[in-house]
Design a protein around this ligand. Sequence first.
Ligand SMILES: O=C(O)CCC(=O)C(=O)O
Length: 252
Amino acid sequence: MSPLADAVAHYREHGWARMPALAPLDIVARLRSRAEEIATGQVSYPGLFFQPDTPTGKYEDLIFGHGWAGPTAAYRKIEKLEQDPEFWAWLAGQQLRALVAAVIGGPVSLYRAVIFSKAAHTGSNLPWHQDAGLFWGLSRDPELQIWTALDDAPLESGCLEVFPGSHKLGLATPLGGVVPGPQVLAALADERALAVPAAAGDVMLLHNHLWHRSGPNRTAHPRRAFTVCYLPRDTRCVRKKRAPRSFIPVFD
Ligand SMILES: O=C(O)CCC(=O)C(=O)O
């Protein structure tokens, strides 16, 4: 089988797959610079969403809805990056098109384009979670996220950790998101955790129902990844509290 077919088969069976060095290093370097320019406010777009990290490293201490907190490397999450031409070129480019076509087919839209960042010697603990459920406000759960390492992400810098096969268990709660402690214990998730260290340029496929988590960054280097969630074009936003979102077409 080709590396792409291997990766897709692994993703279907285990809920995740790695495609080593799929992102060319010159592109990764440009995305890294752009990530810095955005975090320091040198480059800005309307509606960018910033979530500052917590100095305590505890997920429970995160302040949601805080937003832009000035120029700093210590943003845990930056969303709406599809507005940036460098990030758009990668998420809508040939390499990811082939992966998305093999998993979803087409046509395909974008749910989110996000940086997850752990600054040097910081970065909060992200608990076991799933990226789907009522909280996402969609007519059906998405199934594909593509995570691109912008920096090397060894275990010590808080690489991704997955619970292989957990995507087959469905949602832990109807709401989705963080998996409650009793379910983590019952599923022996901590014992079954698999760390998936990455080198800059590696690409991971993640099923949205896969339980995944990441720890703090204990190194002197930043650990950033760009993650994109794709949707079949006929997926609708069903949220009621605000006007429904429409999703930007990526691949036809
Ligand atoms: O990079 C991380 O630490 C978390 C990534 C994640 O949760 C995601 O891509 O959905």
